[in-house]
Design a protein around this ligand. Structure first.
Ligand code: NAD
Length: 547
């Protein structure tokens, strides 16, 4: 296995500074399925049924680089036509009682769990991730389907409010669907960030035109197919495929609301497009997430948690940890454990459980990871684990990597790598750690490790980060689906999950019904006596604490 690493290297280059150990390869079970067993022509024909696309494109598996499927590609005219079809189907769907729409999500929930093996294979084939990490997506989609399947009727119920004149004015807030939501999704969590994120908008009565990333389109299409099996009218959920800079702006140009997940750079473009049309937008963007290991942390548990937090889905996770700040009093003990665990991680490419990390998803990711690590090493950083590609396992495999001695001018210090690379830093005081964690323009996720719960909450409240996990890397906050999830600062706008995650897909409409008396002088009152009466009433309303 060491063959894959450069045998000789000049002093100061990556190979010379990389740790000599290589990660072991997970055994592939005999008779394991291959891409040809999973992505059959029949499966592809079933999944692309109804797609609006007059061109041709294809997607590929990171495990081998080989083609997975030929797929229809949409032109701008095709996107317009998909919106027309969705728009025509939307009123019928919105006209169903909300409980009926919610029942589709609950059936979908059961189908996802029953048929998970199919989607786990697709997720693995399209992203290259380990099966355990693919299962995170199954869990996340099931959680969202259950939550909105059970809670949507309560979230969307008409709400009575105190009227302008108590008793005489009856005010009701209705939640109207926006119409057709345009959704643009990335490749890294292709089930959860496509179909999972679509569920609240659908149950709120919207139709949908989705643009998943072409390289992970089969997973999104599988989810759409299963939703249709669960009872969603097919025309309500349209999918279009194609190049982001071509198809993406067309989505923004037609949608009544835009739901975007991807990089901060593209998010800004999407926001500009939505602003021009005065339509709402949610932006779930990038991060450079920090983990703080405080002086009183359990270092064993923190090291184990850091492995998951940094290397799940090979670090191609928006909430992944890329900056690790450790108190100087526990830094040696933590580092020793973290490095040992990281070097022992099993890498693998089979459609079975067993590997602790899979492949990177694309050439672009491998290039970014290699560039960040090589530049850091050239400028003086040290590789404590990993730091090398593993073409012996697959063309896009890269070892889980720990860097030390990273400093400001290195790109890896402040830019999102979106790969299995974490930088270790030491700190002396809690204030210093908080300042370092807050120093970047991102604010998506953070993690704090301590044995003192009160201290953990105190530190969390001072972090400018949309989610903070105490004694966990990212899964506790992400999985707490009743609570909002999203980014502060350059990491986004708006939230998924909870009430915010569904109400954003609706327009609030206030219907006020005036009874018995008008909101004006009446019953012989002249203007002056009416004004005096209203002033007295306002004082009384405050005394009675009518809110
Ligand atoms: P990306 O911005 O390159 O692409 C995201 C999507 O936008 C893709 O479907 C792409 O085809 C499309 N797109 C590209 N150009 C477009 C344009 N001009 N107009 C409209 N759409 C366009 O991001 P990516 O590399 O696919 O995904 C990785 C990024 O996503 C990382 O920065 C990661 O942190 C972020 N992310 C964020 C979250 C979150 O919840 N905050 C979740 C997952 C990923």
């Amino acid at each position: 296995m060491t063959d894959s690493k450069p045998a000789t290297a000049a002093p100061g280059t990556l190979a010379a500074t990389a740790a000599p150990g290589t990660n072991p390869v997970a055994a592939s079970p005999a008779g394991a399925r291959t891409a040809a067993d999973v992505v059959t022509p029949e499966v592809v024909a079933r999944l692309v049924r109804g797609l609006v696309g007059s061109g041709r494109t294809a997607n590929h598996s990171p495990f081998t680089g080989g083609k997975l499927a030929d797929l229809p590609e949409s032109t701008p005219e095709d996107v317009a036509s998909a919106f027309e079809r969705a728009r025509a189907a939307q009123p019928g769907w919105a006209g169903l009682p909300v409980r009926q729409r919610a029942a589709v999500l609950l059936r979908f929930h059961d189908l996802v769990l029953e048929r998970q093996a199919e989607v786990l294979d697709l997720i693995q084939l399209e992203t290259g991730k380990a099966r355990l990490h693919a299962h995170e997506e199954v869990q996340a989609v099931a959680v969202v389907a259950r939550h909105y399947g059970l809670k949507a009727p309560a979230y969307l119920r008409p709400k009575r409010h105190l009227g302008a004149v108590p008793v005489l004015t009856k005010a009701t807030e209705l939640r109207q669907p926006r119409g057709v939501v345009g959704q643009i999704s990335p490749w890294n969590y292709p089930f959860e960030l496509s179909v999972g994120d679509a569920l609240p908008g659908l149950v709120a009565g919207n139709a949908l035109v989705m643009k998943p990333d072409t390289e992970t389109a089969l997973t999104a299409l599988w989810g759409r197919d299963l939703l249709i099996e669960a009872g969603l009218p097919a025309e309500v959920f349209q999918v279009v495929l194609g190049e982001g800079p071509v198809v993406g702006p067309e989505i923004v140009a037609h949608a009544d609301y835009v739901s975007f997940t991807g990089s901060t750079r593209t998010g800004r473009e999407v926001a500009r497009g939505a602003a021009d049309r005065l339509v709402g937008v949610t932006l779930e963007l990038g991060g450079k997430n920090a983990m703080l290991v405080l002086a009183d942390a359990d270092v064993e548990k923190a090291a184990e948690g850091a492995v998951r937090a940094c290397f799940s889905s090979a670090g191609q996770l928006c909430v992944s940890i890329e900056r690790l700040y450790v108190h100087e009093s526990v830094a040696d003990a933590f580092t020793e454990r973290f490095v040992a665990r990281t070097k022992a991680m099993r890498l693998g490419n089979s459609l079975a459980y067993g590997a602790e990390m899979g492949s990177l998803a694309g050439e672009r990711q491998l290039e970014a990871v290699t560039r960040h690590v090589e530049e850091a090493v050239e400028k003086g950083a040290t590789v404590l684990a990993g730091g090398v590609a593993r073409p012996d396992i697959g063309p896009l495999f890269y070892e889980p990597t720990i860097l030390e001695g990273v400093e400001a001018p290195m790109a890896v210090c402040a830019e999102e790598t979106f790969g299995p690379v974490v930088s270790l830093y030491r700190f002396g005081s809690e204030d210093e750690a908080i300042d370092l964690a807050n120093a970047l323009p991102y604010g998506l996720n953070a993690s704090v490790w301590t044995t003192d719960a009160a201290r953990g909450h105190r530190v969390a409240a001072r972090l400018r980060s949309g989610t903070v996990n105490i004694n966990e890397g990212y899964a506790s906050a992400y999985g707490s689906v009743r609570a909002p999830m999203g980014g502060m600062k350059d990491s986004g706008l708006g939230r998924r999950h909870g009430s915010e995650g569904i109400l954003k897909f609706t327009e609030a409409q206030t219907v006020a019904h005036q009874r018995l008396l008008p909101m004006a002088p009446s019953m012989g009152l002249d203007d002056e006596r009416y004004a005096a009466l209203m002033s007295r009433s306002l004082r009384v309303m405050k005394i009675l604490r009518l809110r």
